[in-house]
Write a protein that binds this ligand. Structure first.
Ligand code: 4AD
Ligand code: MG
Length: 461
C-alpha cells in the first residue's frame, strides 16, 4: 500500500518496508550510490531515495530523471545525511512515466513566474505552485469550517443569471443565438425571446442578490463560488474569473458586518499559520521575508475603522503625490488605499460610509442623503480585499434608487419583493478568494494563486 511522503517524513516508525509513488525532482550520486529526491504533492518536502549501485546499474536508472513518475519500494531508515530524518533504502523502482530530459521544461534550475504561467499544465509540479495549491485547499476548507462553526448555511447561487448584481455592466454574455446573425426585433434590436432562456443572460458577477434571498429565510448564509467580470483584468489584482465568498446576515447592521469581516479574516490567516507551516516557511524564505511577520501582525492587531470622509481628509493632507488627485466624492484608487494602510495607519483599514454615487444600488442610504453604509476592508500589499455593505431594506427607498440609477426594475422584481414581504435589516460582504490567497502566500501576482487564471487573451487551458 502506498504511503504519502508527508506521513513518512513525520513518522518515528522506521526500519519497515514502504512504497511511495511520485515525481522525481532531482537525481545525483557517484559510482557507489544514487540519491533521488521524490515529491508526491503531499508536502513541499521531498523524500530521499537511496539506490545502491550494487542493486541499481546506471542503465536501470536511465529513465529516472527529473520529471519522471516512479513507484519505489524499500526500507524506511534513519538518514545519515543532513536535511532529513528518514530516507528510503530502495529495493525496487518502477518507472510509471518517463520525462525526456531533453524536452521536459522543468529542469532543476529556477524558473520565472512568467515562464511558468505559460506552462500551466506543468507548473503545479514546482515547489511554489505545490505550496500555493495546498494553501488554496486549506483556505477553502477554513472558509467552510468558519461558517459551519458559526451557524451559517452554504447556499449555491446560479452561475448563469439574468441580473447584473453590481449594476456595473461588466458581464460576460451567455447566448445560444448566432452572434453573426442574431434574430432582430422590428426595431432592429437583438431579439432575445429566441434565446435559450428567452431573455438576455450573463455569467454572474456576484451571488449576493440570491444570497439575500436565502438570508431572508435561513438567517445566516454564505456563498462560495466562481464569479466573472469583463473588466480590465490586466493588473496584478484582477482576474476575469475569480472565486468569491459572500456571507449574508439577517438582523445585522454595518457594525455587525465590520465585526464579522474582521473576525473571519483573522480566523483565515490564523488557520494558515497553524496548518500550512512548511509551505508558508518556504514562501517566506523564497519570495517575501516579511510574509510571516505580516500574517502574525494581522491576527494580533485590531483593524482601523474609518469614515470615507475622514480618509479623504487624510489623503488630501498627505505629503505623497498621487497619480489620481482625491476630492470628496472620488472613488479611491489602489494608490490611495495602500497609502492609508501601509503608510498612514500601518494596519488593515475598514473604510465605511462612502458617497452613494460611487457605490452599488443595493446599499442602505444614510440619513445625510449623501452616503451609503458601504464597507471596504483594505489590506497591506493588496488594497481592497473585501467589499460589502448593510443593504437597503426599505422598499420605497430601494425602488427609488434603482430608478435613479437607470436600472431595469423588471429584472429585479423578485429582489424588490424581498422588501415587500417580511423585510428585515441585513448586511453582508464579499471576500475575493484570490485576494486572500495573495495575502496569505505573499505572491505578487493574482495569476499565480489560481490554477488556471483567466485574463485577457489567456484562455489556452
Ligand atoms: O467589491 P465587490 O465588487 O463587491 C461585490 O461583488 C458585492 N456583491 C459583495 C457583497 O457585498 N456580497 O467585490 C468583492 C470582492 C472585492 O473586494 C475583491 O476582493 C474581489 O471581490 N474582486 C476581485 N478579485 C479578483 N479579480 C477581480 N476582477 C475582482 N473584482 C472583485
Ligand atoms: Mg468593491
Amino acid at each position: 500500500k502506498r504511503s504519502k511522503v508527508a506521513a513518512l517524513l513525520a513518522t518515528t516508525e522506521i526500519d519497515r518496508e514502504v512504497l511511495v509513488k511520485g515525481w522525481v525532482r532531482t537525481k545525483r550520486g557517484n559510482k557507489f550510490v544514487s540519491f533521488i529526491a521524490l515529491n508526491d504533492g503531499s508536502t513541499i518536502n521531498n523524500i530521499q531515495l537511496v539506490a545502491d549501485a550494487e542493486k541499481f546499474s546506471e542503465d536501470s536508472l536511465r529513465e529516472v530523471t527529473t520529471g519522471a513518475c516512479i513507484a519505489a519500494s524499500g526500507i524506511l531508515v534513519a538518514s545519515q545525511g543532513k536535511g532529513q530524518t528518514v530516507e528510503i533504502q530502495v529495493n525496487n523502482i518502477e518507472v510509471l512515466g518517463a520525462a525526456d530530459p531533453e524536452k521536459y521544461p522543468l529542469q532543476k534550475k529556477g524558473h520565472s513566474l512568467e515562464f511558468l504561467r505559460e506552462i500551466a499544465h506543468l507548473r503545479p509540479r514546482t515547489n511554489t505552485f505545490g505550496a500555493v495549491l495546498r494553501m488554496r485547499h486549506a483556505m477553502a476548507f477554513a472558509v467552510h469550517k468558519y461558517f459551519n462553526d458559526h451557524g451559517f448555511y452554504y447556499v449555491h447561487t446560479p452561475i448563469i443569471t439574468g441580473s447584473d448584481a453590481e449594476g456595473a455592466g461588466q458581464m460576460f454574455q451567455v447566448t445560444t443565438l448566432d452572434p453573426a446573425n442574431p434574430p432582430k426585433t422590428e426595431t432592429g434590436e437583438v431579439d432575445y425571446t429566441e434565446d435559450f432562456f428567452g431573455k438576455q443572460t450573463n455569467l454572474t458577477v456576484s451571488g449576493q442578490l440570491e444570497g439575500e434571498v436565502a438570508a431572508m429565510a435561513l438567517g445566516q448564509i454564505y456563498t462560495f463560488g466562481p464569479t466573472f467580470r469583463a473588466e480590465n483584468s490586466n493588473t496584478t489584482r484582477h482576474l476575469a474569473e475569480f472565486w468569491m465568498i459572500e456571507p449574508e446576515m439577517a438582523f445585522a447592521d454595518l457594525t455587525d458586518n465590520m465585526d464579522s469581516a474582521e473576525e473571519f479574516l483573522k480566523f483565515l490567516v490564523m488557520y494558515a499559520l497553524n496548518n500550512c507551516k512548511d509551505d508558508l516557511q518556504f514562501l517566506n524564505d523564497m519570495y517575501d521575508k516579511e510574509l510571516l511577520n505580516r500574517l502574525n501582525f494581522v491576527v494580533q492587531n485590531s483593524f482601523q475603522r474609518l469614515e470615507y470622509t475622514e480618509a479623504i481628509e487624510i489623503l488630501k493632507s498627505a505629503k505623497q503625490k498621487f497619480e489620481f488627485p482625491v476630492e470628496w466624492g472620488t472613488d479611491l484608487q489602489s494608490e490611495h488605499e495602500r497609502y492609508l494602510v501601509e503608510k498612514h495607519f500601518k494596519k488593515p483599514v475598514i473604510l465605511i460610509n462612502y458617497p452613494k454615487h460611487i457605490k452599488a444600488f443595493y446599499m442602505k442610504q444614510n440619513e445625510d442623503g449623501k452616503t451609503v453604509r458601504a464597507m471596504d476592508v483594505l489590506f497591506p500589499g493588496i488594497g481592497e480585499i473585501i467589499g460589502g455593505s448593510q443593504r437597503e431594506e426599505n422598499y420605497e427607498k430601494l425602488a427609488q434608487r434603482i430608478q435613479e440609477m437607470g436600472i431595469h426594475e423588471e429584472e429585479l422584481w423578485w429582489y424588490l419583493e424581498l422588501r415587500k414581504f417580511g423585510t428585515a435589516p441585513h448586511a453582508g460582504y464579499g471576500l475575493g478568494f484570490e485576494r486572500l490567497m495573495l495575502f496569505v502566500t505573499g505572491m505578487g501576482n493574482i495569476r499565480d494563486v489560481i490554477p488556471f487564471p483567466r485574463f485577457p487573451k489567456s484562455a489556452e487551458f
